[in-house]
Design a protein around this ligand. Structure first.
Ligand code: AHR
Length: 333
């Protein structure tokens, strides 16, 4: 359940003053907590990579907000590899940053490095994606509810099932383009979608494979799906980029995306919204990447010793082609 009060509190815009680390600002203690030394917070951020339009917008939000708030941001692009992310976190521990934030590439395998951060007394904030680890190893988790996103996608299909049955044979064959295997959004979106479509026996997921959240991955997997099956009614892509790749594959196969094959995606980045407004995608569930302001706010509170909620959810919407056309011009990402 979204706690809107907590979301609103976390979203309060910060003052233009630089965020400060308690340790650094306590000149009397004479201790060096490894911060920038000028009282500003030093944050180590280990990003997943640059796999999608969503990720690019997320990185920009974090970097821009850090700059505006005077946070000394040490940023690493893990290039989609968990080992790079763990290495980056270890390096932040060695550098004695004030706070570590990261968006885990996959859900499992972070226990040891999180223990190390805890032992070094460096608070950790999860952004965007969850880890499957003891919750006492991190202070809070800021990001979307991916299960709800998958549910919204599934519910749209249930509500529009009659339209989705292109050849009118009474069955709706869905192919799923999964996100990165083992990543929270891939696991949760598949779960939420499956839960909702279970309400309609005519809807069936006939094939499901990872496209790794990339446009190329979505295109390649869709090409192979189209080669082995000529009865695909619907594509459910776990993000816009894979959906955009699928559009290329569908057009190359001589079919019309959005008509011959319905497409549902998640993210609502500009390229996706453009394709939606053109009718090539039929429905997009929003996933908000603009986490920078809430992240910096949470970091300041954690370093000030304030209680923060264990989970901070972002507020999100969903769009039809008509709605996309209305909001496209003002879309920030
Ligand atoms: O974790 C968020 C997901 O990661 C976005 O939906 C996707 O585009 C990105 O790669």
């Amino acid at each position: 359940m979204v706690n809107k009060t907590l979301v609103a509190a976390a979203a309060i815009t910060l003052s233009s003053l630089a965020l400060t680390s308690c340790g650094d600002s306590d000149a009397s203690s004479g201790t060096d907590n490894g911060g920038s030394g000028d009282g500003a917070i030093t944050m180590g951020f280990a990003q997943v990579g640059a796999e999608s339009g969503w990720r690019t917008a997320n990185t920009k939000s974090i970097q821009d907000t850090a700059k505006a708030e005077g946070v000394d941001l040490k940023f690493t692009d893990a290039q989609g590899k968990q080992e790079n992310q763990i290495q980056a976190i270890r390096s932040y521990i060695q550098q004695k940053v004030d706070v570590i934030a990261f968006s885990p590439v996959v859900e499992t395998g972070f226990d040891a490095v999180l223990q190390e951060a805890k032992a070094a007394n460096i608070p950790v904030i999860l952004t965007d994606r969850a880890v499957d680890a003891d919750p006492s190893l991190y202070k809070t988790f800021l990001g979307s509810d991916f299960v709800v996103e998958g549910e919204k996608a599934g519910q749209w299909l249930v509500d529009n099932a009659a339209d989705a049955d292109a050849n009118g044979d009474g069955t709706i064959n869905v192919v799923q383009l999964e996100g990165t295997t083992g990543a929270a959004p891939a696991i949760d979106r598949a779960e939420g979608f499956a839960d909702k479509i279970a309400a309609d026996d005519s809807i069936e997921v006939t094939a499901s494979q990872t496209g790794d959240f990339t446009r190329d991955g979505g295109k390649q997997v869709m090409e192979s799906f189209l080669q082995s099956d000529d009865s695909i009614d619907v594509v459910f892509a776990h993000n816009d980029d894979m959906g955009l790749g699928a559009i290329e594959a569908i057009e190359a196969a001589g079919l019309e995306p959005g008509k011959d094959v319905k497409i549902i995606t998640i993210d609502a980045v500009k390229d996706g919204m453009t394709a939606l407004s053109e009718g090539k995608i039929n429905y997009i569930v929003e996933c908000n990447p603009l986490l920078g302001p809430q992240l910096m706010d949470l970091a300041q509170k954690v370093l000030d010793g304030e209680e923060v909620p264990a989970r901070v959810l972002t507020e999100e919407s969903a769009f039809t082609p008509e709605q996309a056309a209305e909001v496209l011009a003002d879309r920030q990402y």
